[in-house]
Design a protein around this ligand. Structure first.
Ligand SMILES: [Zn+2]
Length: 293
């Protein structure tokens, strides 16, 4: 009887929302820290694994160092799927499948620059932090709800998985736009659009076309885009061409100051500071030699 009483007392205490709120803040923080540590450990381990399975592409590395300063390493991974990605520091990976899809050196470099944009803007770390924060927060709320009502908690868990996905993918699309913009503003917009067209052609084959007269099909497709990690190919191509024209136009008619302003804003440096930096001048020289000035 005493044991039952204790059990009941304990239940009452656990169900106290105030008490739960305090313990929940602690568990949320612990979960957040755990997520970050686990994420960094996974990235580090995977990065080490990838290094052991890849080799440095001296030509791409040299080309990239000509365009942007830093200790870059472009590595090739033997993988049929055309892809490029960045993990950890300034190591960019290109698959053998991507090299085969983009034999044009400049088109391949435009994709490498997109990846460099991700690294320079710390996108992996920002995505990991966001995902850790939202999932820890949702977990804590479901923990509180489970003490009050199990069915509500179950419904909440399913709903939060969807919302978590929407938030993450929305942010992911923003980072993709930023990385695209980086490649375009360095001067590789035309080549980047061409590379994207090849991707679209390759993957578009497997996609079922949407019936334009069906409102439901169009609605489902639009809804599906909300869960995409990348913006639509057609939008990325359109943006790349438009922004590329803007950059070319302003560089063609512009003064050196306009060029400095454009490029520095594109890569996220204060234009006044940029003028003073020798590595920035090196970048400007390379862009000029590409025939824009
Ligand atoms: Zn990307």
């Amino acid at each position: 009887m005493k044991a039952i009483q204790c059990y009941l007392d304990e239940k009452v205490v656990i169900a106290d929302p105030l008490e739960l709120g305090i313990s929940d803040a602690t568990s949320t923080s612990l979960l957040f820290v755990f997520h970050i540590i686990a994420g960094i450990a996974t990235i580090t381990a995977y990065s080490k694994y990838l290094i052991s399975k890849s080799w440095i592409d001296n030509n791409l590395t040299k080309q990239l160092k000509k365009l942007i300063t830093g200790e870059w390493e472009v590595r090739i991974v033997s993988m049929d799927e055309p892809n490029a990605f960045t993990i950890g520091k300034k190591q960019l990976y290109v698959t053998t499948g991507l090299k085969a899809l983009l034999p044009d050196e400049k088109e391949l470099m435009s994709v490498v620059l997109h990846e460099a944009g991700h690294t320079l803007k710390y996108h992996s770390m920002k995505r990991l932090t966001l995902h850790s924060a939202t999932s820890s927060f949702f977990y804590s709320i479901s923990f509180i709800l489970s003490a009050l009502s199990i069915p509500t908690a179950i419904v909440f868990i399913f709903a939060s998985i969807i919302v978590d996905n929407l938030i993450y993918n929305y942010y992911s699309r923003l980072t993709e736009q930023q990385a695209d913009s980086y490649a375009v503003k360095i001067g590789y917009g035309k080549e980047f659009a061409a590379a994207l067209r090849k991707f679209h052609k390759l993957y578009g084959r497997n996609r079922k076309p949407v019936d334009p007269s069906s409102k439901i099909e169009r609605f489902i497709k639009k809804l599906g885009h909300l869960f995409d990690s990348h913006p639509r190919d057609v939008d990325r191509i359109k943006d790349a061409i438009k922004n590329s024209k803007d950059v070319r136009r302003s560089i063609a008619k512009g003064t050196t100051w306009d060029m400095i302003r454009n490029i520095s804003l594109a890569v996220g440096i204060n234009p006044d500071e940029a003028k003073k930096q020798p590595e920035f001048n090196k970048m400007m020289k390379n862009i000029s030699s590409m025939g824009y000035s």
